[in-house]
Design a protein around this ligand. Structure first.
Ligand code: NAD
Length: 267
């Protein structure tokens, strides 16, 4: 709990029915947001659960189904904030992947996989910013965009080559948009490492996920397998007044896993 630094904020979060998106929704509500617009792609039931948790914190929850790969949907998602006259914070959190963890198997992915992942992870975020631009510019202090990128985009690890490449592109786009949209809009990104969310269940058997969880807890410098709640605070920081002079920044939030040369340490 960080006081009421989101007091009266109008917040839009894509991919907010589960995982990190839900945790961001609850955190912004907890910090005083007036309305949280919860985008979800498929599961209305899970989005309802996010809405229930947001409402319990005293914020208004607005559910909007939509696929961020479709521009018209992005306009509808951003448009849900129009009755409030502004967007203080847009979290581009929706993301997708194809699991092909053996990056050396070049036949495991194809051009269509690249296009599908880019359509959501890169173009989706771009379309959301474009759709939300006028409302972000109407925020009393600079409207904040926070992109959920990934350590995959920094180090090239992750569920597949197209996934890592798409997150690298999202991180670069964060820089372009931060420069182009200043001074009225700030654009930043977080790069999480492992987060224990439904994400991996879509592509990996539970034993593999359990191994990743144990591996993170054993091998990250902070000896932690991050939960969505562990990461949400960093995302919310980049939309908060505390980061009002931060734009074009990429914040690694990975329990230190990018320091991965620890075994070569001379201590
Ligand atoms: P998650 O599966 O719980 O959340 C992803 C959400 O995105 C889902 O609710 C899904 O329905 C939604 N989504 C997918 N495609 C969409 C589309 N076209 N339009 C709208 N919504 C769509 O997993 P998560 O871990 O909470 O993932 C959230 C973000 O964090 C993603 O961008 C992911 O790439 C990123 N990330 C996750 C991890 C991890 O270890 N879980 C690590 C680094 C980055």
């Amino acid at each position: 709990m960080s006081g009421q630094d989101f007091k009266d904020f109008i917040v839009v979060i894509t991919g907010a029915s589960t995982g990190l998106g839900r945790a961001i929704a609850v955190e912004t509500a907890d910090r005083g947001a007036r309305a949280v617009i919860i985008n979800y792609a498929r599961s209305h039931e899970e989005a309802e659960e996010t809405a229930r948790q947001v409402t319990a914190k005293g914020a208004l929850a607005v559910l909007v189904q939509g696929d961020v790969a479709i521009d018209a949907d992005c306009r509808r998602i951003a448009g849900a904030a129009a009755p409030f006259g502004r967007i203080d914070a847009l979290f581009n959190n929706a993301g997708t992947t194809k699991f092909a963890p053996n990056h050396g198997d070049l036949d495991a992915v194809n051009a269509e996989d690249f296009q599908n992942l880019y359509a959501v992870n890169v173009v989706g975020a771009f379309q959301m910013v474009r759709a939300a631009r006028t409302l972000l510019e109407a925020a009393p202090s600079a409207g904040a965009v926070v992109n959920t990128s990934s350590i995959a985009g920094v180090t090239g690890i992750g569920s597949s080559v197209p996934y890592a490449a798409s997150k690298g592109a999202l991180t670069t786009m964060t820089l372009s948009l931060a420069r182009a949209l200043a001074p009225k809009i700030r654009v930043n990104a977080i790069c999480p490492g492992f987060i224990d969310t439904p994400w991996f269940g879509k592509g990996l058997p539970e034993e593999r996920v359990a191994k990743m969880r144990e591996g993170s807890a054993a091998s990250t410098p902070l000896k932690a397998a991050s939960t969505a709640e562990d990461i949400a605070g960093a995302a919310v920081f980049l939309a908060s007044p505390a980061s009002r002079h931060v734009t074009g920044e990429t914040l690694l939030v990975d329990a230190g896993s990018h320091l991965g040369m620890a075994t070569l340490s001379m201590r």
